[in-house]
Design a protein around this ligand. Sequence first.
Ligand SMILES: NC(=O)c1ccc[n+]([C@@H]2O[C@H](COP(=O)([O-])OP(=O)(O)OC[C@H]3O[C@@H](n4cnc5c(N)ncnc54)[C@H](OP(=O)(O)O)[C@@H]3O)[C@@H](O)[C@H]2O)c1
Length: 247
Amino acid sequence: MKDAVGRIQRVLVLGGGSEIAHATLAALLEDGPLTAILAARRPDELETAALERSGASIERIAFDARATATHGDVFERAFSGADIDLVLIAFGVLGDQQRDERDATTTVEVAETNFVGAVSALTHATERLRTQGHGTIVVLSSIAGQRSRRSNYVYGATKAGLDAFAQGVQLALADEEVHVMIVRPGFVHTRMTAGLKGAPFSVSAAEVATAIVEGARNGTPVVWVPRKLRWVAAVLRALPAPLLRRA
Ligand SMILES: NC(=O)c1ccc[n+]([C@@H]2O[C@H](COP(=O)([O-])OP(=O)(O)OC[C@H]3O[C@@H](n4cnc5c(N)ncnc54)[C@H](OP(=O)(O)O)[C@@H]3O)[C@@H](O)[C@H]2O)c1
């Protein structure tokens, strides 16, 4: 539960090993200690020494985004203690576009993780925060969801679906004390993009974290990282389809 000055004190991270999530926790820890509940496929393998040195108390829960039938139990465990101020939906896979566009099995795996799993997690999180009467959910979307491009439409489509779903949840929560923030980064230098050629306007996980923390404090509905990406997205949406065959 937030303290008297509104400081976030208890955070649930779905995708507990995400570099963006760890950077966000590090940014929050600059304001003082907090408890982070890290939900991940292999929770015991998560490296948390740096967070603990900065004042985090770590709890671990097993969580697989694709095992949606288990999500009810995961949220039951996560919310069995004190109130949770912030839920970070930070899991995701980039996939391999060249493979996935020809392989229905792997393309469904990407969709199950990034869309179905995230829709499930967002629905559970929304209901839990509604019940406790307050809190913020951060949804990691992407500029890739703004327009299908030849080079990453499998991943992009999953983020488009998640982004649209999250926008709907925002509408549904308009009169409640529960806030959903959609974060749309461009290319972020993390494990997910390691080995890929950086795109224009690429940022670090720390820059995304700063934007998340600022947006969560201000109740911002949509955060672009960097900010100018919203204009890039507007141009992308207006481009004729043939131009996107090479993008
Ligand atoms: N990096 C970028 O350029 C970028 C740009 C825009 C948006 N995003 C989004 O930001 C979020 C965080 O990404 P990141 O850059 O921090 O990458 P990351 O460090 O690779 O984090 C992704 C996390 O997702 C977890 N994950 C994958 N499949 C899972 C599953 N089935 N169940 C549970 N956890 C699963 C991974 O855990 P394991 O260790 O179990 O694999 C990993 O900890 C993702 O949603 C991503 O799509 C990233």
